[in-house]
Ligand binder design. Structure first.
Ligand SMILES: [Zn+2]
Length: 382
């Protein structure tokens, strides 16, 4: 057993009173939080900085790790998406796997213990099965044409089965409202409800998404033209993207809404009434659209954070993402640290093990410091 005391102890929800000591078994299992007066002084390890539970990266794409520095920044979402489609299969599988392996290691070394990872194939499954990080995989489905919903779903079920065979946690996820039919979003919700697993969808990442679903105007037409996908049959008529598809979200499935850069106050209030969780990926938003969400409009106590992929970010480091968010001045340190610990664990439905310093949990233990208003990762203790 180790007894750890730092300048501050953050338990996943709040800073504990000074004098609090974390008791951890050698296997990383939390025994208790004690007061230092209850312990012999010589037994306590004194550390400089803040102790926190291991970090949660709620949104990542391990599969795109080989695209680091391959797609130029600041082009907007349509050209970014075209860039990913054009380049993602340019490298042989072995090199793609090497890049994933390095990304997995980098996340581990940045204090990340739990990842919500979007996958289109089974390629990442061996790495996930052998990783020290716990992954929940969202098998991502794309299909705007509702007549294809059955085929797309059947293919998704095959991919999920491969992850489950490797004893990995997995559920289905629609890619985005501009690329997935309402029929398919509905069917995915039913599938995830039966699994009692969370869902995830890229939400309002670009203004073009709202205009496409309002009256089919804007940049996404160019995306479909370039990809030679006919969409003349598609006639949406909605106020915003979220108001367009939220009506088909399954009420029993916790839905992670990712990005939310172009969500308005009405969308946000609607999302709060539904079974959703807001996930910010500010590094990717700056990389692709050069714009951040209107943080001041969101509930400061319930959001979580993701890194998105190495195609759209310089690193997979949730603490760096948190620093970007805290710089805007909308959230306290406590709210920010909660986002990358207990809120992330809740979003991925892994609260039994991760996110908090509570008896019998094995959430990982990180030591961080704060310098010049920025959090800095020091090391993992467990
Ligand atoms: Zn993403």
């Amino acid at each position: 057993m180790r007894f750890l005391k730092a300048d501050k102890l953050f338990d996943g929800t709040r800073f504990l009173p000074s004098g609090s000591v974390l008791a951890v078994h050698d296997d990383g299992c939390i025994e208790d939080v004690l007061n230092e007066t209850a312990l012999e002084k010589g037994k306590i390890e004194i550390l400089e900085g803040i102790l926190t539970p291991g970090f949660v990266n709620t949104h990542c794409h391990l599969e795109l790790s080989h695209l680091k520095d391959k797609i130029p920044p600041n082009q907007g979402l349509v050209d970014f998406a075209l860039g990913v489609i054009k380049t993602r299969n340019n490298l042989p599988e072995t090199e793609q796997l090497n890049a994933m392996q390095l990304a997995d290691k980098a996340m581990y070394e940045a204090g990340i213990v739990l990842v919500g990872d979007i996958s289109n194939t089974t390629l990442s499954s061996a790495i996930k099965a052998n990783s020290a990080i716990f992954y929940h995989t969202f098998v991502e489905l794309i299909g705007l044409n509702p007549t294809r919903a059955n085929d797309v779903l059947a293919n998704g079920e095959k991919i999920i089965a491969a992850f489950h065979q490797n004893h990995l946690s997995a559920s289905l996820a629609p890619h985005a409202p501009y690329s997935t039919s309402l029929e398919l979003i509905k069917r995915i919700g039913m599938y995830n409800a039966a699994l009692q697993a969370p869902g995830s969808i890229h939400n309002q990442e670009a203004e073009a998404e709202n205009t496409f679903l309002q009256d089919k105007s804007g940049g996404f037409n160019r995306l479909y033209q370039t990809l030679d996908i006919p969409i003349d049959w598609f006639h949406p008529k909605a106020k915003t993207s979220f108001q367009y598809y939220s009506k088909v979200l399954h009420r029993d499935v916790l839905q992670i809404l990712v990005h939310n850069t172009f969500m308005n106050a009405e969308d946000i209030r609607l999302a709060e009434r539904l079974n959703t969780c807001i996930c910010f990926c500010p590094g990717a938003n700056l990389y692709i659209e050069e714009k951040l969400p209107a943080f001041e409009l969101f509930n400061a106590d319930t959001f979580c954070i993701g890194t998105d992929s190495l195609a759209s970010n310089h690193q997979l480091d949730v603490l760096a993402e948190l620093n970007i968010i805290l710089e805007t001045g909308n959230f306290s340190d406590e709210q920010g640290l909660k986002a990358i610990t207990s809120n992330g664990a809740r979003a991925l439905k892994q609260e039994n093990r991760f996110g908090r310093f509570e008896k019998h949990k094995r959430p990982g233990v990180n030591l961080i410091q704060k310098e010049n208003d920025q959090f800095r990762f020091c090391r993992r203790l467990f």
